[in-house]
Unconditional design. Structure first.
Length: 301
């Protein structure tokens, strides 16, 4: 065996080690990186990536995303968490979470009639480009049943009217209860504050405008009437305040006065599906930390 072969085998062995992701936020102060990395080292783990951000040089809010590899992780993860709490997190008053990367997030999708964002998510997940398990799709219309079931995904029809909204949401909550994340892939219903409160920072919506511009209905017509030169899309967490939740990702596309509403919508749908896919992937890869009504996103680019 050549040296190159031996190196490749070593890399393959290392890459097969179980990994976990640690997200931290706290008041910035001296010693945080040393305390965290020292604890990881004492456990025999190897740090793969470490990203950090502080809102100010002194006295700001500190954020960290750390990914590490550790043999036998699943067997000791509870003791790891208990020790980290006692020795590090309590000392620095951290808000933190640890995720075993071998456990894929379960994701449920809500959709109405528009299929572009939904089908893009299903295609990416099927091709291994979306790091999660999509368990089911719920819709208030039957239109997309066959398209969803062609991917081998369960489809549930839950009609919503002004008279049955509470009952419909109760049904949706029951159908989605085994998921960690809900994605609104152009679900054209406003969720009640009661429903949203059951899924704090666990519902991701794609809004078809570059928020905070053109909140509410028919934003492409609003954009056309304003004569904008850029249209965009925004993926954000859902809160009780319509279209006001923490923004995860945005993108734009330049347009001209020659384009009508129909053309703007066609261009915008491409932006929507890409923005939503990135936001969902970053969430399920534990790259997003919510702070107030903002997010810190440790994306790969």
């Amino acid at each position: 065996m050549t040296i190159t072969d031996h190196t490749n085998v070593t890399k393959a062995l290392k890459s097969s080690q179980p990994t976990a992701t640690l997200l931290i936020q706290c008041q910035d102060q001296a010693g945080i990186v040393q305390a965290v990395s020292g604890f990881i080292y004492e456990y025999g783990a190897n740090i793969i990536t470490l990203d950090q951000y502080s809102t100010a040089h002194e006295g700001g809010r500190y954020f960290m995303r750390l990914e590490f590899a550790l043999d036998g992780l699943s067997e000791i993860i509870e003791s790891f968490e208990a020790e980290f709490t006692r020795r590090v997190a309590d000392r620095y008053l951290m808000k933190w979470q640890l995720h075993d990367n071998s456990v894929k997030y379960k994701v449920g999708i809500l959709v109405s009639k528009f299929d572009h964002a939904l089908l893009d998510l299903l295609w990416r997940q099927q091709r291994g480009l979306l790091d999660c398990e999509i368990t089911c799709v719920v819709s208030n219309h039957e239109d997309l049943r066959q398209a969803v079931e062609n991917f081998g995904i369960d489809f549930h029809y839950v009609p919503v009217t002004k008279d049955n909204k509470a009952e419909a949401e109760a049904t949706i909550h029951q159908l989605m209860a085994h998921n960690e994340v809900l994605v609104l892939a152009r679900y054209m219903q406003i969720l009640s504050s009661d429903f949203v409160s059951r899924w704090p920072m666990q519902i991701i919506n794609i809004h078809h405008s570059f928020l905070p511009a053109f909140v509410g209905a028919d934003p492409y017509r609003q954009a056309f009437e304003k004569g904008v030169k850029l249209i965009g899309a925004t993926a954000h967490y859902v809160t009780a305040d319509l279209d006001q939740g923490p923004i995860i990702e945005q993108d734009v596309h330049r347009v001209t006065h020659r384009l009508g509403v129909t053309a703007l919508r066609a261009i915008g749908r491409d932006v929507e599906r890409n923005v939503l896919a990135r936001a969902v992937n970053w969430h399920v890869q534990n790259r997003v930390i919510v702070t107030g009504n903002k997010t810190v996103v440790f994306s790969e680019h």
